[in-house]
Design a protein around this ligand. Structure first.
Ligand code: SDX
Length: 440
C-alpha cells in the first residue's frame, strides 16, 4: 500500500493485482499512537472484506478513555500515567476521571463519592438470588447471574437514550459490584451477608463486607485498604480488551447496561483474560518448587503442550506491563505489613520471572509478566480465596466497562456491531432426502 496526501487528507492506495484497480483509503490520525486506515467504504468500493481474526490490527472504535503503548509499556487513563494515579490518586477519583474525562475538584469528588456510596446497598430481594446457587458455585457464575438480574429491579434506568438513566445505572453498577462480589464470597462460606457501611471508603467497605461478621466489630487494616484501592485503580480500564469489546458489542444492540456488564463479566472469566489471576496461583501451586521451574518453562515452550505460563504475555504489551511493576511493589508492601517473610509462592514467582526473562523463547516473543502475575499472591496474602480473584478484577473493571459503554452510546456514529467473515463452508447444494443419503 502506498501512502499519499490528497490535499491535507492522507490516504493509502490499495492496488488490486487481479483487476488492476487502485483504491485510495483515508488515513485518520489520533491524538497519539498508530493512525488508522478507514476501511468503512472498502466493501462497497471493492467487494472485499478485511480479515483479522482476534482483531490484532483492527480498531473497533474511536475512544478518548485509555491509551496503551505496548512497545514502551505506557498506560494512560485520560492522559494520566497509571503509575502517577496508583501513587497519588484513589479509586473513586479514578472512577470520576474515567467516567467524566478529567480529575474532579474537591466539590465534584465529594459529591461523586457521596452519590456512589449511597448506591452500595442491594434491594433486599436480590439477596435471595444467592440461595438459588450451590454453596460451592464459582463466584463468577454468581456474578454473571446476579448482575444480569439487576435489570429486573431498575426499570427507572433502562432507557439508554436518557443521559440521566445512563448516569444512575453507571453509579449503581460501580457501587453495587463490591457488595455483590462480597456477598458471593459470604454465601460460599456460609456466613451472613455484611451490609455496606457508608462511613467507610470504597476499598475499605469491600474488605469489611468480605471479612467482617455480625458477631464482632471488624477493623480493616489501613494498609490493606490502601493496597486494595491501588489494585482497583490498576485494573480499572484497559482500552478495547476482550471483556470491554464484549460490553461494547452487547451495548451496540441497545441492550441495557446491566445486561452489558454481565456479558463483560462472562468474558473476563476466561483464563486467557481476567481468569489468569486465578490461573497463576493454580500454576504456581502446580509447579510447587523452584526445582520444577525448568520443567514447566519447557512445557510452556512446547507447541504440543497446552500449558502456558499464566500471567505472562499480552496482546498489546511487548514490554513490561506497567501495572505488573506496581503490583510487584504492592506485593512486597502487603507481605511486609503482614509480617510474611519468604512467602514460598512469591519466591517461586520471582524465580520463575527471572528464569523466563532470560530465556530466548520469552525474550524473542516479548513475553513479560502482566497485571495478573502478582495479583493473586497479594489477594491470597489478604485472605481472599483464589476463586474470588477474577470477581475482584470484575469489581475494579466495572468503571472501565461502563465508561466505554457510555462513550459508545453517546457517539453519534454508533452503529450495531456486526462483523463479516471469510466463508469456507459448503457452497449452495440441493436437499438430499434421507433415503438417498450415503452412510458416512
Ligand atoms: C489480561 O487485552 C487486555 O488488555 C487484557 C488485560 C486487561 O487489563 O484487560 O490486560 C488483562 O487479560 C492480561 C492477560 C492475562 N492472560 C494470561 O496471563 C494468560 C497467559 N497469556 C497468554 O494466553 C497470551 O499471552 C495472551 C492471551 C495474553 C495473549 O495472546 P496473543 O496476543 O494472542 O499472543 P499469541 O497467543 O499469538 O502468542 C504469541 C506467541 C505464541 O508463540 P508462537 O506461535 O509465536 O511460537 O507467544 C506464545 C504463543 O504460543 N505465548 C506464550 C504465552 N503467551 C504467548 N507461550 C507461553 N506462555 C505464555 N503465557
Amino acid at each position: 500500500m502506498a501512502e499519499a496526501k490528497k490535499g491535507n487528507q492522507q490516504t493509502v492506495t490499495l492496488l488490486d493485482n487481479e483487476s488492476g484497480k487502485k483504491y485510495d483509503l483515508p488515513v485518520i490520525p489520533g491524538s497519539t499512537g498508530p493512525k488508522v486506515i478507514d476501511v468503512r467504504r472498502l466493501y462497497g468500493d471493492t467487494g472485499y472484506f478485511t480479515y483479522d481474526p482476534g482483531f490484532t490490527s483492527t480498531g473497533s472504535c474511536e475512544s478518548a478513555i485509555t491509551y496503551i503503548d505496548g512497545d514502551e509499556g505506557i498506560l494512560l487513563y485520560r492522559g494520566y500515567r497509571i503509575q502517577d494515579l496508583a501513587e497519588h490518586s484513589d479509586y473513586m477519583e479514578t472512577c470520576y476521571l474515567l467516567l467524566n474525562g478529567d480529575l474532579p475538584n474537591t466539590e465534584q469528588k465529594t459529591k461523586f463519592v457521596h452519590d456512589v456510596t449511597y448506591h452500595t446497598m442491594l434491594q433486599e430481594q436480590i439477596n435471595s438470588f444467592y440461595s438459588g446457587f450451590r454453596r460451592d458455585s464459582h463466584p463468577m457464575a454468581v456474578m454473571c447471574g446476579v448482575v444480569g438480574g439487576l435489570a429486573a429491579f431498575y426499570h427507572d434506568s433502562l432507557d439508554i437514550t436518557n443521559a440521566r438513566h445512563r448516569e444512575i445505572a453507571s453509579y449503581r453498577l460501580i457501587a453495587k459490584m463490591p457488595t455483590i462480589a462480597a456477598q458471593a464470597y459470604k454465601y460460599s462460606v456460609g456466613q451472613p451477608f455484611v451490609y455496606p457501611q457508608n462511613d467507610l471508603g470504597f476499598a475499605e467497605n469491600f474488605l469489611h463486607m468480605m471479612f467482617a461478621t455480625p458477631a464482632e466489630k471488624y477493623k480493616v487494616s489501613p494498609t490493606m485498604a490502601k493496597a486494595m484501592d491501588r489494585i482497583l485503580i490498576l485494573h480499572a480500564d484497559h482500552e478495547q480488551n476482550a471483556s470491554t469489546s464484549t460490553v461494547r458489542l452487547a451495548g451496540s444492540s441497545g441492550a441495557n447496561p446491566f445486561a452489558c456488564i454481565a456479558a463483560g463479566i462472562a468474558s473476563l472469566w476466561g483464563p486467557a483474560h481476567g481468569g489468569a489471576n486465578e490461573a497463576v496461583l493454580d500454576m504456581l501451586n502446580q509447579i510447587g518448587d523452584k526445582k520444577n521451574i525448568n520443567e514447566y518453562i519447557k512445557k510452556a515452550k512446547d507447541k504440543d503442550d497446552s500449558f502456558r505460563l499464566m500471567g505472562f504475555g499480552h496482546r498489546v504489551y511487548k514490554n513490561f506491563d506497567p501495572r505488573a511493576k506496581v503490583m510487584q511493589q504492592t506485593c512486597h508492601e502487603v507481605l511486609g505489613e503482614l509480617g510474611i517473610k519468604n512467602e514460598p509462592l512469591l519466591e517461586l514467582a520471582m524465580e520463575l520471572e527471572r528464569i523466563a526473562l532470560e530465556d530466548d523463547y520469552f525474550v524473542e516473543r516479548k513475553l513479560y509478566p502482566n497485571v495478573d502475575f502478582y495479583s493473586g499472591i497479594i489477594f491470597r496474602a489478604m485472605g481472599i480465596p483464589t476463586s474470588m480473584f477474577t470477581a475482584l478484577f470484575a469489581v475494579a473493571r466495572t468503571v472501565g466497562w461502563i465508561s466505554q459503554w457510555n462513550e459508545m452510546i453517546e457517539d453519534p456514529q454508533m452503529k450495531i456491531g456486526r462483523p463479516r467473515q471469510l466463508y469456507t463452508g459448503a457452497t449452495e447444494r440441493d436437499y438430499v432426502p434421507e433415503a438417498k443419503r450415503k452412510a458416512k
